[in-house]
Write a protein that binds this ligand. Structure first.
Ligand code: PBG
Ligand code: ZN
Length: 329
């Protein structure tokens, strides 16, 4: 038996680490990351989230210190979630100029002025029923919620936020927030839209962390059906037309095709949210010794970038920054 003459041998470019590095198409940098922070108005000390080992709710008094730690690792941005002491039916804590997120924004900016402080802009952490807006019966009233989103975004802007990130999947939320910000004199404040957010089981641990589980029903009447791909493009385009400055796809791992599709169809910076359930699965398997945490996490992050993400919101961000540093050394 004779073998064919192979002219093309891809293995030639995999022969050693140097050559592999030279032909590598995608790279990871700490610049790519945004670290989520949960600030709880009701606690005095950090409290670990049971389903998210390594992630804690922190009191307001720790926000400055944690923001500085993030900055020292070379991570450019944080995204804030607030757990207020008091909730009500409409989530009015969201637009209280002295609310927990507004205070956290001021603390973070004071401690680390160069850090890009993003505020998740929604109501599920502020409403006593846990839905992302004002209820009429069992339904979230879209347009009434838009009016409140305007107030919330403007209040965050007054506190000094660098980017607002509406996550409630209300129709017209980008246009409404843009108009609200512009009218209040914040024409240059960017909006990062959770443009394509699916009604996902992967948000489970977050709802413990942020105390935002809906008290009845689910979010399927506002978040997207995981089955839909064309609709994802429609959502992304709508937000582009309404003036979004950045887009996000969420969750990440189960939606790699959507990341690629939105990236190819639009021309805005694209973020992916590597959500709580994705984090919890990796942590649980790593604790059991079933996977190599560092290797799996770095591979996953690289894959988000390969799929088209420019920015990655991840609870792994601090570990990733440390690993990238140790690999360089
Ligand atoms: C609020 C919000 C959620 C997440 C980010 N912003 C929860 C939800 O929609 O239920 C999820 C983040 C995560 O799971 O890590 N609308
Ligand atoms: Zn919400």
């Amino acid at each position: 038996m004779t073998l064919p003459d192979l002219i093309v041998r891809p293995r030639r470019l995999r022969r050693n680490a140097t050559i592999r590095q030279m032909v590598r198409e995608t790279t990871l940098s700490t610049d790519d990351f945004i670290y989520p922070i949960f600030v709880d108005e009701t606690i005095e000390e950090a409290r670990e989230v049971a389903s998210m080992p390594g992630v804690s709710r922190i009191p307001l008094s720790m926000v400055g210190e944690v923001t500085q730690q993030v900055a020292a690792l070379g991570i450019p941005g944080i995204i804030l979630f607030g757990i207020p002491a008091e909730k009500d039916a409409i989530g009015s804590g969201g637009w209280d100029d002295n609310g927990i997120v507004q205070q956290a924004i001021r603390a973070a900016k004071a401690a680390s002025p160069e850090t890009c402080v993003i505020a998740d802009t929604c109501f599920c952490e502020y409403t006593d029923h846990g839905h992302c807006g004002v209820l009429h019966g069992e339904d979230v009233d879209n347009d009434e919620t838009l009016l409140n989103l305007q107030k919330e975004a403007v209040s965050y802007a007054r506190a000094g936020v660098d980017i607002v990130a509406p996550s409630g999947m209300m129709d017209g939320m980008i246009a409404a927030i843009r108009e609200g910000l512009d009218d209040a004199g914040f024409k240059d404040l960017p909006i990062m839209s959770y443009a394509v957010k699916f009604a996902s089981g992967y948000f489970g641990p977050f709802r413990d962390a942020a105390d935002s589980t809906p008290s009845f029903g689910d979010r399927a009447s506002y978040q997207m059906d995981p089955a839909n791909r064309r609709e994802a493009l429609k959502e992304a385009w709508l937000d582009v037309e309404e003036g979004a400055d950045m887009l996000m796809v969420k969750p990440g791992l189960a939606y790699m095709d959507i990341i690629r599709e939105v990236k190819d169809a639009t021309n805005l910076p694209m973020a992916v949210y590597n959500v709580s359930g994705e984090y919890a699965m990796v942590k649980a398997a790593a604790e059991k010794g079933w996977i190599d945490e560092k290797r799996v996490v770095l591979e996953t992050m690289l894959s988000f970038k390969r799929a088209g993400a420019d920015l990655i919101l991840s609870y792994h961000a601090l570990d990733v920054a440390r690993w990238l540093r140790e690999d360089k050394a």
